[in-house]
Design a protein around this ligand. Structure first.
Ligand code: 3H9
Length: 690
């Protein structure tokens, strides 16, 4: 195995090169070799300056996250960083790729920094529920000012080399090849006798009195529930108020608090799950994929445009196929608006990926004949969609992939209606949460190559694709909403239920969320499944009553709430009347229900359905479910997703609480699913199954 760190000398300059693929993380081995070589170089009288440079695609992308939560091994990252800061000879960091977290902290302890133009730098620790814990919160405000430091550290925002230069975070933009440029920089610096600069010796000052308090207030809403952003602010306060060494100690205390918190554990879980989710059991990484160039989306409404955009983001040439001249005109107008918005966003965002390929809208059904991928995205019901797919199937070329986006259709039935069952898949885009998750639903006969192609496409569109055997998110949402509806008929009000789930960390509770996404879909789903519902669910007709009054949610101005012209939610006494009357009709005496009961019943209904989804093999792993819920339904990332959260609570105590609710009249549906029962009995969790 190649050494992790090597040192070579070039005249009186030493180049210390790291080689720890894929991202040169500061693992224990790297820290140990790096500090040994640095100590050697610092005491070698023939060496005047040291360049730290990395092989491979990036400069150090941070501490090694895989070591977090394990016994730390010396030297730790702060020790290596302080070793560099204290050096008597100048150290130059040569940056490329992504210099992040502990990597950027190390660079800030160097006495000069140069970077290739394509470099991006930043502190993403906050997204892992952490703060920069190796001096980053102390050095950055000293170097670039408190305002910029708050922006970068609290938001975990990456910036380009040009922006870093403007801020004074780096000293120069370097040319390729970086190693030689950095060497030349070091030689010039020595020749010119430039001063030995230590960021730790600068002073951090507030831009205005009360700046930190004002910043805290400005993030209060969007960072609601999170610990790390507020700890970041406190660490920056230490940079302003305390001498450097004491500031470091304060940063350490705050860092350790976060590292030990359940939030960071959950966010680190989410980080790895996001990467693991595309490695599907039974679908090897080397599964062949098809090269697709063109996609035709049948439909031009909202769903069609959203899915078309996803394929356009994967660089496919996408045409939306409208059914009528009016649909065509509307489609063209909508595309024009969204493309202008994309242009504006790309212009503002240094992190924006490549621009979306332009999309077209047409009436020409002949386009179907040559398309590589055809998406059925009409707004009709399951039968209409099946018929449409049948028509498409008859005209498309051999090898074309057919995608259905129907929220209702059974994928195996859909596939069976075509002559190409191995080339049929379902795709469900989710617009909640980060709106990044895509469920790729494979049918019984879908060819592995087709599944792998869809996974690759979604990934290159910047999505988080999850491969499943049937809809997962919507199926679990139905159970979650059903429990919330039971709570309404027992005595709760929509705002009470929503408040509890909002306080738990969801962006919106189940009723506000249903109103946002439209009640008609859930209502339709209920009608499709009506005969298979249990008696209590069948008799809980609240959703029918709301929808029968034309209240389909936000878009129709009313649902479980009323909405004003600006879309603000308003309590609606009419809904309360419906509830009270419904409870009376059902012979239910309305009662006060505690927040704890609301929370547990809604979440445990969700977890129980997740367990069934796993047991039936609809989702392969608990992490698939957690990704869908974090990125598609805004389940708070700092709780790690429903399955991770249940494990954190302890599955045995979840099971016991469920048994308690199941023993109440009408509570049988909360009987723990067999998988929950089995795991709880063995004192295991969804993740820890052995
Ligand atoms: C920190 O630094 C704390 C300090 O302040 C204080 C210390 C005291 N460690 O994302 P990719 C793996 S916290 C270990 O698919 P990309 C990743 O799991 C850290 N492993 O590639 C994956 O492995 P696998 C602050 C890491 O090109 C592989 O590398 N830094 C780390 O799309 C490829 O990753 C961060 O938070 C790591 N630090 O994106 C940066 N980073 O193939 C986190 C990555 O087995 N990393 N891996 O699944 C990233 O944001 C992206 O990985 C990066 C590359 C932009 C670097």
């Amino acid at each position: 195995m190649a050494p992790l760190v090597t040192l070579s000398t070039h005249g009186n300059v030493a180049i210390v090169a790291l080689n720890n693929p894929p991202v040169n993380a500061l693992s224990h081995g790297v820290r140990k070799s790096l500090s040994e070589l640095l100590v050697g170089a610092f005491s070698d009288a023939s060496i005047g300056a040291v360049v730290i440079w990395c092989e491979g695609r990036t400069f150090i992308a941070g501490a090694d996250i895989r070591e977090f939560g394990k016994t730390p091994l010396a030297p730790d990252v702060p020790e290596v960083v302080e070793l560099i800061d204290a050096a008597k000879k100048p150290v130059i960091a040569a940056l490329h790729g992504t210099a992040l977290g502990g990597g950027l902290e190390l660079a800030l302890a160097c006495h000069y920094r140069v970077a290739l133009p394509s470099t991006r730098v930043g502190f993403p620790e906050v997204t892992l529920g952490l703060l920069p814990g190796a001096g980053g919160t102390q050095r950055l405000p000293r170097l670039v000012g408190v305002g910029a430091a708050l922006d970068l550290i609290v938001n975990g925002r990456l910036i380009s080399a040009a922006q870093a230069l403007t801020l004074g975070l780096i000293d120069a933009i370097a040319e390729e090849p970086l190693r030689e440029s950095a060497l030349a920089f070091a030689e010039t610096m020595l020749l010119e006798g430039r001063p030995h600069r230590r960021v730790s010796e600068l002073v951090a000052k507030l831009d205005a009195p009360g700046q930190l308090e004002a910043y805290r207030a400005s993030i209060a809403q969007r960072s609601r529930g999170f610990l790390a952003p507020f700890h970041c602010i406190e660490a920056i306060r230490a940079a302003v108020e305390l001498p450097f060494k004491e500031g470091l100690a304060r940063e350490r205390t705050l860092f350790v608090e976060l590292m030990d918190s359940p939030q960071s554990k959950a966010q680190r879980h989410a980080f790895f799950a996001e990467r693991e989710v595309t490695r599907v059991p039974g679908l090897p990484d080397d599964t062949a994929t098809r090269t697709l160039r063109s996609a035709v989306v049948v439909g031009s409404g909202t769903r069609a445009r959203a899915i078309g955009a996803c394929f356009a983001d994967a660089s496919l040439s996408v045409t939306l196929l409208a059914g009528t001249r009016e649909e065509l005109d509307n489609g063209v107008a909508a595309l024009r608006v969204s493309s202008a918005a994309d242009e504006a966003r790309a212009g503002l965002d240094a992190n924006a990926k490549g621009r979306r390929a332009p999309m077209a809208c047409s009436l020409d059904t002949g386009l179907l004949n040559d398309a590589d991928l055809i998406v059925e995205a009409g707004e009709g019901d399951a039968t209409a969609q099946r018929q449409s797919l049948g028509r498409i199937d008859a005209v498309v070329k051999p090898g074309a992939i057919l995608v259905t986006t129907s929220p209702y259709a059974d994928i195996d039935n859909v596939a069976a209606c075509t002559k190409r069952s191995e080339e049929v898949v379902g795709v469900q885009l989710h617009q909640g949460g980060t709106a990044r998750v895509v469920e790729n639903i494979r049918a019984r006969d879908t060819a592995p190559e087709v599944s792998a192609t869809l996974m690759k496409l979604a990934k290159s569109a910047g999505k988080i694709p999850v491969l499943v055997r049937g809809p997962v998110g919507s199926r679990m949402f139905t159970e979650y909403l059903r429990e919330a509806l039971f709570l309404l008929e027992e005595g709760a009000l929509p705002e009470q239920v929503d408040r509890v789930l909002y306080d738990f960390g969801f962006q919106a509770g189940p009723f506000a969320e249903s109103d946002r996404s439209g009640l008609d879909i859930e209502w339709h789903r209920r009608k499709v499944r009506f005969d298979s519902l249990d008696p209590r669910a069948r008799a809980c007709t609240l959703l029918d009553q709301i929808c029968e009054q034309g209240r389909f949610g936000l878009a129709s101005g009313a649902g479980f709430y009323r909405y004003d012209a600006d879309g603000n939610r308003i309590h609606d006494p009419a809904v309360e009347d419906i509830l009270v009357l419904h409870s009376k009709d059902r012979g239910i005496v309305r009662r006060a229900i505690s927040g704890q009961e609301i929370l547990e019943r809604c979440l445990f209904a969700l977890v129980n359905e997740g367990a069934r989804v796993l047991e039936e093999g609809i989702a392969a792993r608990p992490l698939d479910i957690d990704m869908i819920w974090i990125h598609g339904y805004a389940f708070p990332v700092y709780r790690g997703g429903p399955m991770f959260y249940a494990d954190q609570l302890g599955l045995a105590s979840v099971r016991n609480a469920m048994l308690g609710y199941a023993a109440e009249p009408g509570g049988e549906h909360l009987t723990p699913a067999p998988l929950v029962e089995r795991l709880a009995r063995g004192l295991m969790g969804f993740y820890a199954t052995s």
